[in-house]
Design a protein around this ligand. Structure first.
Ligand SMILES: NC(=O)c1ccc[n+]([C@@H]2O[C@H](COP(=O)([O-])OP(=O)(O)OC[C@H]3O[C@@H](n4cnc5c(N)ncnc54)[C@H](O)[C@@H]3O)[C@@H](O)[C@H]2O)c1
Ligand SMILES: O=C(O)C(=O)C[C@]1(C(=O)O)C=C[C@@H](O)C=C1
Length: 362
């Protein structure tokens, strides 16, 4: 692939553009808000000037409700040899695109299973999709050339292609993405009117559970409106589990010992099912989750602190597999948690201590 056109230069469009531009593809950037395309261009994602002729591949990265019309308009003006979208729902938008007369041969519905709770080009990163599944939903009508262009794009983004039927994809993401978004929002919503004394106690547990509750409601209304049935089905099953859990907790309050024993068994069952579900979540590249060890380092809220830690880890020859930052309430300091291979943890701890970092014992 030599040329690409990204339509919709927000988080996902700009991340795709950065990955492609970084690997030598000439990328043209287009957005109905010209400032967004200009911002993406200034980040090195490509040029906001229109291409002179059809590009190899057009990537439609606009909110789901706009995908069919944007795709139809791009095909009408013969913007590219092939077209794909990256929307979070696949069945409904495909049917709407067909109703608008889109050419099914040159269009492929896709979905990268990676994102962030922050929108817009400034949140984009070239490595957003590395090691993550990227779903392709070809039909018997899809041109092989377009499928190959999509596979090339996924490879340039260092993601892992997964082929699925569009409706099966929508049922799967109802379970692994759309219901978790709603549950995260529901947990965070309990904090809205909560007492400040309770909110001040927020630790890492609630931060983990509510990160995606910061997502843009406009985008999610679009996503959920395109997949309401499958999400309602999963949420109804969760509601059933919640009722059982409440009953078990009430039983734990009972004066009757048999009731209390039953309640404890009910709660244990929920927690054990949670353990086994969690253990099924694959790590990077779809393998079993890696068991990393965490080295927690105290940092002050000063520019360059993270860069200094990474440089010191690099000097010690340690590869950092993942990072989390835990901010301390009301203080200009926090802990950075460096996840490393178990054998590297003592090496990293010793090297950072030697360079004056304070390490928290786990
Ligand atoms: N955010 C995620 O985590 C995530 C992950 C995977 C896929 N997606 C999908 O990617 C797509 C883009 O999401 P995002 O998170 O990048 O959103 P975003 O809000 O960051 O960016 C969307 C961009 O599209 C532009 N836009 C809207 N309507 C347009 C139109 N008619 N023509 C041209 N540009 C238009 C907006 O100005 C904006 O710059 C959505 O379909 C979403 O479902 C999102
Ligand atoms: O990690 C995040 O913040 C996401 O938004 C990721 C996430 C997901 O649920 O996995 C959200 C919606 C997208 O369609 C794909 C990815």
């Amino acid at each position: 692939m030599r040329t690409a056109l990204v339509i919709g230069t927000g988080l996902i469009g700009t991340s795709v553009a950065l990955a492609l531009a970084g690997r030598g593809v000439r990328v043209h950037l287009e957005d109905h808000d010209a400032d967004q395309a200009r911002t993406a261009a200034s980040l090195g994602a490509g040029t906001d000037r229109p291409p002179e002729g059809p590009v190899d591949l057009a990537v439609v990265a606009v909110p789901p409700a706009h995908i069919p019309a944007v795709l139809a308009a791009a095909q009408r003006r013969k913007a590219a040899r092939g077209y794909l979208d990256v929307g979070s729902v696949k069945g409904g938008p495909r049917r709407e695109a067909e109703a608008l007369g889109c050419d099914p041969a040159t269009y492929l519905g896709t979905h990268p299973m990676s994102g962030r709770e922050i929108s817009g080009p400034l949140a984009a990163t070239a490595d957003l999709f590395e090691g993550r599944p990227w779903v392709l939903t070809p039909t018997p009508e899809t041109d092989t050339e377009v499928l190959n262009l999509a596979l090339e794009l996924i490879s340039l983004c260092r993601a892992v292609p997964v082929v699925m039927d569009a409706d099966a994809h929508d049922r799967a993401v109802a379970l692994v993405s759309h219901t978790p978004q709603l549950l995260s929002s529901l947990v965070a919503a309990r904090l809205e009117g909560a007492d400040e004394t309770a909110v001040r106690l927020c630790g890492q547990g609630i931060r983990d559970v509510t990160r995606i509750a910061a997502s843009d409601p406009g985008m999610w209304i679009d996503i959920l409106s395109a997949n309401p049935g499958p999400v309602a089905d999963v949420l109804a099953a969760v509601a059933g589990d919640l009722e059982e859990t409440v009953r078990a907790l009430r039983a734990l309050e009972s004066a009757d010992e048999t009731e209390r024993t039953g309640g404890a068994a009910g709660i244990e069952e929920v927690l054990r099912r949670g353990n086994s579900g969690r253990a099924r979540i694959p790590g990077k590249h779809g393998q079993a989750p890696a068991a990393y060890e965490t080295v927690a380092v105290l940092i002050s809220d000063r520019p360059g602190e993270l860069a200094r830690i990474f440089a010191d880890a690099g000097r010690a020859g340690v590869n950092i597999e993942d990072v989390r930052i835990e901010h301390a309430t009301g203080q200009q300091a926090g802990h950075v948690q460096l996840m490393v291979e178990p054998s590297a943890a003592p090496v990293l701890t010793a090297a950072l201590r030697e360079r004056g970092w304070a390490i928290r014992q786990q």
